[in-house]
Design a protein around this ligand. Structure first.
Ligand code: P1T
Length: 390
């Protein structure tokens, strides 16, 4: 079945006892067992819950996989996957990535003796040079947060030895636009807080794999560490995911229009969007993705102006997060990526003039009008566009 059909139907069987067409919210922590050692497949809700199970089946199907484990947040999903590693193991990581993922790696997992090397993963030679005998995992974000770099998933997978895992955080692209498992990754992680939930009303995460043995190990982490979503959060996420296909089409259409508008302005120094032909990896994005997503970043030379501009917008709320139907704008340096030390941020290109837009599904004309009015109101028309980075 095609993607949009699976989004609506996968895992969504009518309730076996009542016939309820919509999977109920099984708001229960436990299940009455028939006798000692005998139950109906459900014993305790940290381990298994019917609402969560329906969500896991739906999301596995969207990534073209058999197995998924849902978590209370994207970070809980990420830590469960990293929980597969042991002291002494080494990870090669994209050097542009969500600040919270960096924080988990640098400030929690390093204390347990796992080491991380951050590289520009859009350069496969650099990735190859970072691999050592201890390397057990490649952590890939693509498009990256917040610079929208594109990493060649199949290229990374081709570097992998049998005992190594390629894990892709597919939050920005979503399974609608990018299928990392088909490109050679072993595990896909999402912050379902974002596009999958889609309505900015629930925090969640998921880890997806088609490998039964890996699934057992992730399930073990899920149960042993316990970062599970409650049934109501699982249900909200599942409801959101049913409309993923049609929302993503609108997000991408609007983001393209917004990116083109910003690119046409002399007072916007640089626009980062994989759907622009000027993006250094536009051709790779075209091959690897079926659409370019809803995230656009831009650079305004004067950091004060950037902040004023962000604060003046009426339709784009100044907020962390992304992927909801409503448009958001954020200042990564002061918000989502604040946990990366300032010097390191600057080195990675996350300067004070950088803004990140999560383009919603409002009418594009209104969004562009909002951007135009705020740019005009904050004045300045210098064109100091720097050369594009590779
Ligand atoms: O917030 P949480 O559901 O725990 O997900 C963490 C996470 C993981 N991966 C990516 C690519 C992310 O963007 C995030 C969360 N990001 C934001 C809150 C943000 O505004 O970028």
């Amino acid at each position: 079945m095609k993607f949009a059909t699976r989004a609506v139907h996968a895992g969504q069987d009518p309730d076996p006892t009542t016939g309820a067409t919509i999977v109920p919210i099984y708001q229960t922590s436990t299940y009455t067992q028939t006798r000692v050692g005998e139950h109906k497949g459900f014993d305790y809700s940290r381990t298994i819950n019917p609402t969560r199970l329906a969500l896991e089946r739906q999301l596995a199907s969207l990534e073209g996989a058999r197995f998924a484990s849902a978590f209370a947040s994207g970070m809980a999903a990420t830590s469960a996957v990293l929980g597969l590693l042991s002291t002494g193991d080494h990870v090669v990581v994209s050097d542009d990535l969500y600040g919270g993922t960096y924080r988990l790696f640098a400030r929690v997992l390093e204390r347990y003796g796992i080491t991380f090397t951050y590289v520009d993963m859009s350069d496969l030679g650099t990735v190859r040079a970072a691999v050592s005998a201890a390397t057990k995992l490649f952590w890939v974000e693509t498009p990256t947060n917040p610079l929208l770099r594109i990493v060649d998933i199949a290229g990374i997978a081709s570097l992998r030895r049998a005992e190594q895992l390629v894990v892709v955080d597919n939050t920005f692209a979503t399974p609608y636009f990018q299928q990392p498992l088909a490109l050679g990754a072993q595990i896909v992680v999402h912050s379902t807080t974002k596009y999958i939930g889609g309505h900015s009303d629930v925090v969640g995460g998921v880890a997806i794999t088609d490998d039964p043995e890996l699934h057992e190990r992730i399930k073990f982490q899920q149960n042993a560490v316990g970062g599970v979503p409650g049934p109501t959060d699982a249900w909200l996420t599942m409801r959101g995911a049913k409309t993923l296909a049609l929302r993503m089409r609108e997000h991408a259409r609007n983001a393209q229009a917004v990116a083109e508008f910003l690119d046409s302005r002399d007072d916007v120094a640089r626009v980062y969007y994989p759907g622009l032909p000027s993006h250094p990896r536009h051709e790779l994005a075209k091959r690897q993705m079926t659409g370019f997503g809803g995230m656009v970043s831009c650079l305004i030379d004067d950091p004060e102006r950037a902040k004023n501009f962000a604060g003046r917008l009426k339709l784009f709320s100044l907020a962390e997060s992304l992927g909801g139907v409503e448009s958001l704008i954020c200042h990564p340096g002061r918000m989502t990526h604040g946990s990366i030390p300032a010097e390191e941020r600057e080195r990675r290109g996350i300067g004070d003039g950088l803004l990140r837009l999560s383009v919603g599904i409002e009418d594009a004309t209104d969004l562009i009008e909002d951007l135009r009015a705020a740019l005009d109101a904050t004045a300045g028309t210098r064109d100091t566009r720097p050369p594009l980075l590779a």
